[in-house]
Write a protein that binds this ligand. Structure first.
Ligand SMILES: [Zn+2]
Length: 132
């Protein structure tokens, strides 16, 4: 179906017309043109699609929702992800209850550990469980 575009030829919001292009019996590509004025686009990259930006914004919103869901996930209450959880070679320790705990315990006093200040996280795409 026609994608919505803003045509630079006629300056209107119109639809994209795709016409398969053949060389003999072999399909070599598509002709892309404005349905209103026939303005031709050299390639897909030259087509001013109207939905592109909206889609990108929606994807970003989606991503932050996923992060919030993980926060409320029962796995998110494990001692190993808690700000009060201290681990050393001899024991695993809860700073709130002043006692030994296990990484797989869950806790009423759970507080999420602040994410590590890792500049790479922004590049590689969001928070990851801390490596212990
Ligand atoms: Zn046009």
């Amino acid at each position: 179906m026609g994608a919505e575009i803003h045509c630079p030829g006629c300056g209107k919001d119109t639809l994209l017309l795709r016409t398969p292009r053949y060389e003999g019996f072999k399909r070599t590509g598509e002709d892309l043109a404005c349905t209103a004025c026939g303005h031709a686009f050299a390639s897909e990259a030259d087509v001013p699609f109207r939905e592109e930006k909206k889609t990108a914004v929606f994807t970003d919103a989606d991503r932050s929702v996923v992060v919030d869901v993980f926060k409320n996930d029962p796995r998110g209450r494990l001692c190993r992800y808690c700000a009060h959880y201290v681990v050393n070679p001899f024991r695993q320790w809860c700073g709130v209850h002043r006692k030994e705990v296990e990484a797989t315990h869950t806790c009423e006093r759970f507080e999420p550990r602040p994410p590590p200040k890792d500049p790479l996280a922004a590049v590689t795409g969001g928070p990851k469980p801390p490596v212990l």
